[in-house]
Design a protein around this ligand. Structure first.
Ligand code: 13P
Length: 278
């Protein structure tokens, strides 16, 4: 079922879980995310956009994600990830997204506050919750660039940001980066705990690919409510297709099935770790 409302995250916190948000690019990844959620009986989120729209297009990707979430036997949210464009956000709200992210993290603080506050006002009028970001996360959302973490978020500024914007969930820089890195990155747990304590909204961790299971489980234990995963699912997809193609197959549904199975296994493992059910 389509999970509306911030309860998706607040209920997870009450139960000591974090909800994974997996990036989708294709019908296959959308299906894999829902399969994993159903297999585990745990809520999940499909992060459909905004960079994914570059490939599959907004309407098609969104329609598939929304239909798959509606049909799922467990709560599944459909989320707009990393949008910098209020018009795109408005379009996704219109399409039926259950949450959106406004990423003003590259703007000066006061401009980020202004932009985020305006989006919050508009989204709340439609019953849609909003994730804001403070402290830019390094790396590319769609390809691994061996990024290194930049400046990390100041907990006091995070509290001011939440207060002034009215965001429902906060993403902040605590050491992770988007994509895989040659040298593993780690979470600054002291900073993470300080931000979780300083703000009264759910914390969102971006850039979770590459963290090992113990570290990932520790983020949920430290109070993280939502964890974004992309690169590990992307790798599973590409490797499954590559293996199948190397085998010389041209049976497309069979290739799709192998890709879905590979991604669903990765998503299932993340769901279990973040729910403390390894
Ligand atoms: P990874 O690609 O490192 O999993 O990051 C995903 C992400 O944060 C999407 O917003």
């Amino acid at each position: 079922m389509l999970a509306k409302g911030i309860e998706l995250l607040t209920d997870a916190r009450t139960e000591g879980r974090a909800v994974p948000a997996f990036t989708t690019y294709t019908l296959e990844s959308t299906r894999a995310i829902c399969e994993a959620a159903e297999r585990t009986g745990l809520p999940a989120m499909i992060a459909a956009g905004s960079s994914s729209f570059r490939g599959a297009g907004r309407e098609g990707l969104a329609a598939a994600a929304l239909a798959a979430a509606e049909a799922a036997r467990v709560p599944v949210g459909v989320h707009l990830d990393h949008s910098t464009d209020p018009d795109e956000i408005a379009a996704c709200i219109e399409l039926g997204y259950t949450s959106v992210m406004i990423d003003g993290s590259r703007l000066p603080f006061d401009e980020n506050v202004e932009l985020t506050r305006a989006v919050v006002e508009r989204a709340h009028a439609h019953g849609v919750w909003v994730e804001g970001e403070l402290g830019g996360l390094a790396g590319d959302e769609d390809s691994s660039s061996d990024a290194v973490a930049g400046d990390l978020t100041d907990p006091r500024q995070a509290a001011e940001f939440v207060d002034r914007t009215g965001v429902d969930a906060l993403a902040a820089a605590v050491g992770t980066v988007h994509g895989f890195t040659a040298v593993p990155v780690h979470v600054d747990f002291e900073r993470l705990r300080a931000i979780v304590a300083a703000v009264d909204v759910p914390f969102v961790l971006h850039g979770a690919s590459g963290l090992d299971d113990d570290e990932l489980a520790a983020t949920a234990a430290a109070g993280v409510a939502k964890v974004n995963v992309n690169a590990e699912l992307r790798r599973a997809y590409l490797e499954a297709l590559r293996d199948a193609l190397d085998g010389g197959g041209d049976d497309v549904p069979r290739l799709q099935g192998r890709a879905i199975a590979a991604m669903a296994d990765v998503a299932e493992a993340k769901l279990r770790v973040l729910a403390g059910r390894r």
